[in-house]
Design a protein around this ligand. Structure first.
Ligand code: PLP
Length: 393
């Protein structure tokens, strides 16, 4: 059975060109970039080139790029660094729908004495800008708001939010793990101080991340040790990962238009056909300010896990909006924050596409999904009652 992969917000396939670029650095060129000999020097030059390619994707300067191990490390480093550089301030502003890499860290920091404000979102996942403005105070050290949401794809107005923070002398970090490579980013045109992203979301391998730190921003390293990354992140570089990331960033920069045309068209085809052919379905999240590759759809009267299991029989990979916590299915904190009704949240599925998906794949998913939902609804003890009550009232 072939795999039909529509779960690209979870992770992506390593692009063939990326694999080809990194392989020699796992095999022949295994030198340490810090070594004095030319065997290591060659590797150091390749890292410098990859740093430039990475910086280009987001309109940054190469010196503003710090290579880390993942998006989570970048998020943790940014927020902890901001707190360290503003020792008199203990307030953090974030949102209710952040990834655990930010959310759980903030919960942890609240136990260490920080005050956390989680800004609410509306029913479409849009940030409450009024509450945001009111939340910024003299005690606020850092704002951390995601650029795009991993579950719904909803895009936050981070440029406006960063400008508001800068005017008040507050550092601004954004988790751009889902945004980088999918929408154009030009750091020269923003007031964002720090930005995180991750290789495995844009066709590089797992284990390589990026933290952008604007020149002049006070910075305090998270990993202390060697002088690597100009003393901003100790530890021998993940050489093959960095070279892979550089290549992936070059490809992403070249393909960002494709994301916003071809990938978006496939996503829209999937979404529109599902809405037309399957009753009692609804899109979660604002459909205007949204990533081009993501759709989060609720199927009323069925459980997401059931849909995933049945799609899995056909090799179709996607994600559901609920997670199993202590034996019971809990809707995600993102859908809860949006006020999505319990039954709708339970039946939500996230499809996230990439440039490697085809129209034939999308049509195959629809062909299989229509009878899957029909079958699951017929199995549901509530389905007959619901249909009955619809007829009666
Ligand atoms: N932030 C967001 C929005 C994500 O979607 C993810 C991963 O799913 C992360 C952070 C964490 O990235 P990593 O898996 O590289 O640690």
């Amino acid at each position: 059975m072939t795999t039909l992969y529509l779960d690209n917000n979870a992770t992506t396939m390593v692009a063939p060109e990326v694999l080809e670029a990194m392989l020699p650095y796992l095999k022949d060129h295994y030198g340490n970039p810090s070594s004095m000999h030319s065997f290591g020097g060659h590797v150091a030059r390749k890292i410098a080139a990859a740093r430039e390619e990475t910086a280009n994707l987001i309109g940054a300067d190469p010196e503003e790029i710090i290579f880390t191990s993942c998006g989570t490390e970048s998020d943790n480093t940014a927020i902890r660094s901001a707190l360290a550089s503003m020792p008199d301030r203990r307030h953090i502003v974030t949102s209710r729908v952040e990834h655990p890499a930010v959310k759980v860290l903030c919960e942890h920091l609240s136990k260490e004495g920080c005050r956390i404000t989680e800004i609410a979102v509306d029913g479409q996942g849009r940030l409450d800008m009024e509450q945001y403005e009111k939340s910024l105070s003299k005690d606020t050290a850092v704002v951390s708001l995601m650029w795009a949401n991993n579950e719904t794809g909803v895009i936050f107005p981070v440029k406006t939010a960063a400008q508001m923070a800068r005017e008040r002398g507050i550092l601004f970090h954004t988790d751009a793990v889902q945004a980088a490579g999918k929408i154009p980013i030009d750091m020269k045109r923003t007031a964002i101080d720090m930005l995180s992203f991750s290789g495995h979301k844009l066709h590089a391998p797992k284990g390589i991340g990026v933290l952008y730190v604007r020149r002049g921003t006070k910075f305090s390293p998270f990993l202390i040790g060697g002088h690597q990354e100009r003393g901003r992140r100790g530890g021998t570089e993940s050489v093959a990962g960095i070279i892979a990331l550089g290549k992936a960033c070059s490809l992403a920069a070249a393909n960002v238009n494709l994301e916003n045309s071809a990938v978006k068209a496939l996503r829209d085809r999937l979404e529109q056909t599902i809405l037309q052919r399957i009753s009692d379905t609804k899109i979660n999240g604002n459909t205007k300010e949204r990533l081009p590759n993501t759709t989060n759809i609720s199927f009323e009267f069925v459980e997401g896990e059931g849909i995933l299991l049945m799609m899995n029989e056909y090799g179709i990979c996607a994600s559901s909006g609920s997670a199993c916590t202590s034996g019971s299915l809990q809707p995600s904190h993102v859908l809860r924050a949006m006020g999505v009704p319990f039954t709708m949240a339970h039946g939500s599925i996230r499809f996230s596409l990439s440039i490697y998906n085809t129209e034939a794949e999308i049509d195959f998913v629809i062909e299989k999904l229509v009878p899957i939902i029909d079958r699951l609804r017929r199995l549901s003890p509530y389905w007959d009652d619901v249909k009955q009550s619809c007829v009666l009232h």
